[in-house]
Design a protein. Structure first.
Length: 245
């Protein structure tokens, strides 16, 4: 399993792409998790083939996680994509995503390739991938995801503070990414994660590696400095790649 960090930034970051990762297995199957406004350009800079990404998973549909869908579909339409696309989202969040697809091809009404919509479940399969999801604590329903592929396990939180259910998905993973917006502790009812909570996660788990992402720009220097001596903790960067095989 290979992980490509398309972006690690928060919603209004001036220095990083909006948060997104691309996952690829040894058979070249590819998923994209989230697609904010700067993600399409980052994919184009990588010269990503228009048929390479077979599925997009949306943790939730705040604009910094989904608004790039219109530009990406528009490019694929313009360049005559032929591969069918699976889109995974929460049922109540599908209609706004369909509007983005409609915008991508307007004034035409049809995309030149098949789009298959799927409601996210707690436990499902895609080809030989095993996938589990759980809600985090966020102002909009957000589903963290755990992918198990060829005996390797990857966790991605999307936005929000960890819940007991999302923490359970992190256990025994080879690599985990947790949203960490702030350096200082946020209120327990807050909609975003913070560094003290991430340090607690690390202390009580057997995580091999925990990446912090979606950090507010102003919090980055303090977070970077404070985790220097934490060998299992790192600050995510645009363009990072991980080969878990």
């Amino acid at each position: 399993m290979k992980i490509d960090v398309i972006g690690c930034g928060s919603a209004f970051s001036k220095i990083h792409n909006t948060s997104s990762v691309r996952i690829e297995d040894k058979h070249k199957n590819q998923w994209l998790i989230d697609c904010g406004p700067t993600v399409p350009r980052a994919l184009w800079q990588r010269h990503t083939d228009i048929n390479a990404i077979q599925a997009i998973y949306f943790t939730h549909i705040h604009p910094d996680h989904c608004s790039g869908l219109a530009a990406l579909i528009n490019q694929w339409k313009s360049m005559q994509r032929t591969q069918a696309l699976d889109i995974y989202c929460q049922k109540e969040q599908q209609e706004p995503l369909e509007s983005l697809v409609a915008l991508a091809v307007w004034p035409e009404r049809h995309v030149c390739f098949e789009i298959r919509w799927h409601e996210i479940e707690e436990d499902f399969q895609w080809r030989h991938w095993s996938i589990k999801t759980a809600l985090t604590q966020h102002e909009m329903a957000n589903r963290a995801i755990r992918l198990s592929i060829d005996d390797r396990h990857f966790f991605y939180s999307g936005d929000g503070r960890p819940t007991p259910e999302s923490e359970a998905l992190m256990l025994n993973t080879d690599l985990a990414f947790q949203e960490c917006a702030a350096f200082y502790s946020l209120p327990k009812e807050a909609s975003h994660g913070d560094l003290p909570d991430c340090l607690r996660l690390l202390a009580r788990s057997n995580l091999k590696k925990l990446g912090l992402y979606h950090c507010f720009d102003e919090a980055l220097p303090q977070i970077r400095q404070s985790i220097t001596n934490e060998p299992r903790l790192f600050l995510s960067q645009d363009g990072q790649t991980f080969d878990l095989t």
